[in-house]
Design a protein around this ligand. Structure first.
Ligand code: PLP
Length: 428
């Protein structure tokens, strides 16, 4: 069952949770004395302003709304009836399908806004890092829509192992470089030491920031920070209208956390209402990967968002910026920390956390494909085990519950990863 919101009814505001948080968000710390200056130079000025804004609702610029409509917004909500049957109809499952956008995930929602504000600053180009390529492809598309060049620094191992998202970025006209690259001093140094350096997200961030700083470009941040989450709340703002029309009020809002942006973007507009009323009835549960267990084993502390320690330290649940994740296939979940706002809410017990292994989630992904006919991204599949937990509780309590889930992306470019883990025959 599919619930659409017509294009002429797309919400015109982003939601900013900062004024509604139960306490003030801990301030960033400039440990090196240089990071605030760096941010002022490389971030679009409006992005930096929104990072600390206390305005609750922010009008979405018409230029941004127009691109949202172009790339497939509003996205539908799907009721997963066949999957509900698997749980003996003890839960009603509604999914906000961010996978229906052109690049196949929620990431385009903020990419469009960041690139728009970079363009407003007359940036020569935008630069960013990407691991598996989801964020890089969103930025590449956004840059194409605003007719500005994108430089993407893609972790070298992914550049060679996952060529399809690289091709996607190239279709949008982006300049894609394996990182370490020879576009920056830092990259060149690393390549001199080891011409086959595998790279890392931390290195790619450093290169993207440096390249923007030295060449008149602007750097775009893909998750974690307040402004990025705010830009992505278009998903939650749409979902609120849709759920009202459906006539359901979710008892649970669930999703997966890489940096926390897709989950926060769906949950915050709902949670904000409850925070302002001072009464929280819904349950908020977010999950990550046991292989990168920041959700359940992270420590709430000040840590660097990047490995190279260029950016200010933020207070967040982290397993350490020097944590080297195992090569898991849910590339979007490899990040070492949780967004500061989401971390604060976890610390207050308002958002509950889970971690699941790749093996169990991939089995759920296959079940989902067989029942609902749709292929979830490996990241997205990490939320499916939460459904089972909720269904079991509902059965014990003999009470049907309504769940709203962030369906962050599709897995059509990740079939090779599913084949590896589920043991399909590979043709090489
Ligand atoms: C990037 C990504 C995530 C995780 O990132 P968040 O910032 O936590 O949203 C989840 N799902 C998909 C499909 C992704 O591409």
């Amino acid at each position: 069952m599919r619930f659409d919101l017509p294009q002429d009814r797309i919400p015109e505001y982003w939601y900013n949770i900062l004024p509604d948080l139960p306490e003030k968000l801990p301030e960033p710390i400039d440990a090196t004395g240089k990071s605030f200056e760096t941010l002022k130079t490389v971030l679009p000025s409006n992005v930096l302003n929104y990072e600390f804004s206390q305005e609750r609702l922010i009008r979405i610029p018409d230029e941004v709304l127009e691109r949202y409509l172009q790339v497939g917004r509003p996205t539908p909500i799907i009721r997963a009836r066949r999957l509900e049957e698997k749980f003996n109809n003890m839960i009603k499952i509604y999914m906000k399908m961010e996978s229906y956008t052109y690049t196949g995930s929620h990431k385009i929602n903020s990419a469009i806004a960041h690139v728009y504000y970079a363009k407003m600053d007359n940036a020569k180009f935008v630069s960013t890092e990407t691991g598996a390529g989801q964020w890089g492809s969103a930025v590449s598309l956004a840059a194409a829509l605003f007719k500005i060049k994108a430089y993407v620094f893609m972790v070298r191992t992914s550049y060679y192992a996952k060529p399809y998202r690289k091709y996607l970025m190239m279709m949008y006209g982006a300049n894609v470089n394996p990182s370490p690259s020879n576009l920056t001093d830092f990259g060149r140094q690393l390549l001199t030491k080891d011409p086959n350096h595998p790279g890392s997200l931390g290195i790619a961030i450093s290169e993207a920031v440096k390249y923007a700083m030295d060449n008149g470009g602007k750097y775009v941040v893909g998750s974690v920070v307040n402004s990025d989450i705010m830009f992505k709340t278009i998903a939650g703002m749409e979902a609120k209208v849709q759920m009202e029309e459906i006539g359901e009020d979710p008892d649970y809002i669930i999703g997966v956390v890489g940096g926390g942006s897709n989950y926060a973007a769906l949950a915050y507009p709902f949670l904000g209402d409850e925070l302002r009323k001072g009464e929280i009835r819904r349950k908020y549960i977010a999950s990550g990967s046991s292989e990168v267990p920041k959700m359940t084993k992270g420590v709430y502390k000040y840590d660097f968002p990047d490995t190279a320690m260029i950016l200010p330290q933020l207070k967040m649940y982290s397993i350490g910026s020097d944590f080297v994740p195992p090569p898991i296939y849910a590339g979007g979940l490899r990040y070492h920390a949780v967004a500061p706002t989401l971390s604060l809410l976890m610390n207050k017990g308002i958002v509950e956390a889970r971690d699941y292994t790749q093996e169990e989630t991939f089995k759920w992904a296959k079940l989902f494909a067989e029942t609902e006919g749709y292929i979830p991204a490996p990241e997205t599949a990490h939320a499916l085990p939460i459904l089972e937990e909720i269904a079991e509780k509902a059965k014990k309590d003999k009470e049907v519950k309504t769940v709203l889930m962030s369906f962050s992306g599709h897995g059509l470019l990740d079939l090779g990863n599913y084949a590896d883990v589920l043991g399909f025959e590979r043709i090489t």
